[in-house]
Design a protein around this ligand. Structure first.
Ligand SMILES: *Cc1c(COP(=O)(O)O)cnc(C)c1O
Length: 426
């Protein structure tokens, strides 16, 4: 029997045996004890699987990673301390100094900085392409040293929908994997592996946790990318790792396990961005209701977007679920059940009008966070981007009137009533 996605949300990952705890145990232990040094040595040599130190792996985390792996339809997965760590590990696992990455320009600001500033300082260059580029423009962005292509299924905050098949075709034509950050739709609404993506990342901080309780991330491998077929491009996976007892990851662990094993054995060992088992437990609580919550987030997002679309005090609305939205056709293809609950719009009257609107909201709370059970909203021009004037904002792709509303799972009518009364004050 093939399980539906909702069943995996509730029961995936941890399947207790007879007389085992029903809920995932929290392994609140930094270390594991062994009877012999020889046994522990086998773990260090990756000859046997097992746990020895929580900086690298912890069973609680692995149960939760296994659930997300099942949800995405992957072969291996790991949790990280944040979405930022997940994206950094996913790219740094296969790109090093002297290498190059092709990325969609419509991505989360933190990821843009990671690529354009911090990874550049490490000697990894990036070329940013519009998600709407032609296949020829995309092709032209590649260099002989390109090691990966990166994009977001639904971009935060631009709400551009990635044409995953177009990006996967270009990546594969150049012998490199496509990494997709699937944070906004979650696997409930889109499974990028089904469209050709090779690696998926998440900020679990968002819908997966869903309650604003714990920062976290996840990397999932589809197991489909053939590292050995492109051995010269990915020596870290296809030649012996002298820092890890000479193991060749792609040989020992195959396409199904090489990527995650290397990221665990090397990057977790050296950078240690592990999620705490406590947070992994909280994340699993969120995952148990993910499918139920996503339905209501999407319903509220659609209703709010349609209400704003008809409102005389609203200058414009961006939401892929609207028929006249630039990404509606891609949303129908990749997100037929809905995308997410985030809506961007402009309050007529610019910056002062948007500030007045924000101040008048009662239910929707002002927060930099998105994808929370509680509706939250942000006016970048008067908060996160307040040091910029209107021209500088426009150059950054953010208008002074822009409000980002992350619709929660409250009753739809109450959300609309709150927005309606706040717009009346403008
Ligand atoms: C928030 C976010 C991130 C970063 O995740 P953190 O958990 O905050 O580190 C990465 N990608 C997307 C799409 C995000 O929304």
């Amino acid at each position: 029997m093939t399980e539906r996605i909702g069943t995996t949300c509730v029961q995936g990952g941890y399947r207790p045996g007879d007389a085992q705890p029903r809920q995932i145990p929290i392994y609140q232990s930094t270390t594991w004890k062994y009877n012999t040094s020889e046994h522990m040595g086998k773990l260090f040599d990756l000859e046997e699987s097992g746990y020895f130190y929580t900086r690298l792996q912890n069973p609680t985390n692995d149960y939760v990673a296994a659930k997300i792996c099942e949800l995405e339809g992957g072969t291996a997965a790991m949790l990280t301390s944040s979405g930022q760590a997940a994206n950094f590990y996913a790219m740094f696992n296969i790109a090093g100094c002297g290498d190059h990455i092709v990325a969609s320009s419509a991505i989360y600001g933190g990821t843009y900085n990671l690529l354009a500033v911090t990874m550049k300082r490490m000697g990894i260059e990036s070329t940013f392409v519009s998600p709407d580029c032609t296949p020829e423009e995309l092709d032209a962005a590649f260099r002989p040293n390109t090691k990966a292509v990166f994009g977001e299924t639904i971009a935060n905050p631009a709400l551009a929908v990635l044409d995953i098949e177009k990006f996967a075709a270009a990546a594969h034509a150049h012998g490199v994997p496509l990494i997709v950050d699937n944070t906004f739709p979650t696997p409930v609404n889109c499974r990028p592996f089904e469209w050709g993506a090779d690696i998926v990342t998440h900020s679990t901080t968002k819908y997966m946790d869903g309650h604003g309780a714990g920062v976290g991330g996840c990397i999932v491998d589809s197991g489909k990318f053939d590292w050995m077929a492109h051995a010269d491009k990915f020596p870290g996976l296809t030649t012996p790792d002298e820092s890890y007892h000479g193991v060749t990851y792609a040989e020992r662990f195959g396409n199904e396990g090489a990527f995650i094993t290397k990221a665990t054995a090397q990057l977790m060992r050296d950078f240690g961005s592990i999620q705490s088992p406590q947070n992994a437990f909280l994340l699993n609580m969120g995952l148990e209701s993910l499918h139920v919550r996503m339905t209501q987030h999407c319903k509220n997002g659609q209703a709010v977007a349609e209400f704003l679309h008809e409102h005389p005090k609203v200058a414009w609305v961006r939401f892929p679920g609207l028929e006249d939205d630039a990404y509606h056709a891609l949303a129908q293809k990749y997100l037929p059940e809905g995308g997410c609950g985030v809506v961007s719009f402009g309050v007529a009257g610019g910056r002062p009008a948007a500030e007045k609107f924000m101040a008048a909201l009662k239910l929707a709370q002002i927060a930099t966070h998105v994808a929370d059970a509680r509706t939250c909203c942000l006016h970048p021009a008067s908060s996160t981007h307040r040091q910029m004037n209107d021209d500088e904002l426009a150059a950054a792709g953010i208008s002074a009137d822009l409000v980002r509303m992350s619709c929660g799972i409250e009753s739809t009518e109450d959300l609309i009533a709150d927005i309606a009364q706040a717009l009346e004050t403008v």
